[in-house]
Write a protein that binds this ligand. Sequence first.
Ligand code: ADP
Length: 390
Amino acid sequence: MRVLVINSGSSSLKYQVRETSTGEMLLSGVIEEIGSGDVPDHGAALDLVEAHLQAEFGGDPGLEAVGHRVVHGGERFSEPVLIDYEITRAIERLAPLAPLHNPAHALGIRAIMRKWPKLPQVAVFDTAFHRTLPEHAWRYAVPNELYTEHGVRRYGFHGTSAQYVSVHAAALLGIPDDRFDGIIAHLGNGASITAIKGGRSIDTSMGYTPLAGLVMGTRSGDVDPSVLTQLMIRGEYTAEQLDSMLNKESGLKGIAGSSDMRAVIARAAEGDEEAELALTIAAYRVQKYIGGYHVAVGGAQAIVFTAGIGENSWQFRERVCSGLGAIGVKLDRIANVEKSREPRVISTPDSAIAILVVPTDEEAAIATQTAELVEEAAAAAESLQDQAQT
Ligand code: ADP
């Protein structure tokens, strides 16, 4: 099935066309500066996408479905859904939980409804895979009203990636998906780590928002919440300033001055102490989560590295693994530095836990899930029709 995968942001729209029968990526692009003079809104952005598709595929681009990456599915969505008006409204109503993302997703969905009203659309939620977390993992120890009235709980993100990587890691080990116990370290600009038991997510480092957990490019990850309340009470900073500092000025950038892992590693190699400290703090945080999740899953079969840093940075993988000796991890230093785009094992045969690198592909996962749901819906509609006729 030919699927248009859309990641609709407030000022940008990323897209890919995927053929799900072969897994091929046929085309990709990004429209930027939506809201500016040239591209006043998401409808205008979609006109540009259409022009690109027509230039590539001819008059009729042959699209059969659209799959949307949707950041927040709240407590309602635990799997992908076919989009209609009510679902679009539901995505919008989750705006308080994802103010920068969900309203922008809805704009993209509505623009497609207007342009291609017959094309089935599917929403694939970044939070959905984590709906299997047990309550002791998603509940915060705060007064109940914060949960019941304000939805304050751990939701977790990067779920589409974690699920995709988990399935491919199990395949690499020759284990059925639903028998896989492991730890997925998704390390990109945004970074999170997920504990998988029996193929399901049972804990994850991001929380109510994607700020929690690991040290990221510009996000702090875990900090004592009193840092914020104390600084606000003392009138040193406003809530908005602190929100911006923790999300945009912290992490690697806060300590080493750059959010780019490659640059930080290069500077550390030249003896820069701040860069070295940033790497040590970031790797230590990953190690602590791996230790905790190894216990949570009852003994991981594998630790899996993915995303920009996880897939490409042998140096950062080595740093993380060098602190995991206590749980029997043995990295194969030669396999670790080999460059490849393929899923692979980088631990020695006698390592107690396999170390894997599995490239993630969120667009492929969204396209596949979209195609499956649209095919299911078509089959269900056909069988209803058959029943009506007999
Ligand atoms: P995003 O969360 O934006 O999708 P990515 O998964 O693309 O992020 O990861 C971006 C990060 O990956 C950056 O910190 C970048 O420096 C890092 N990265 C990419 N390639 C390499 C590499 N060869 N070595 C080290 N870090 C890399």
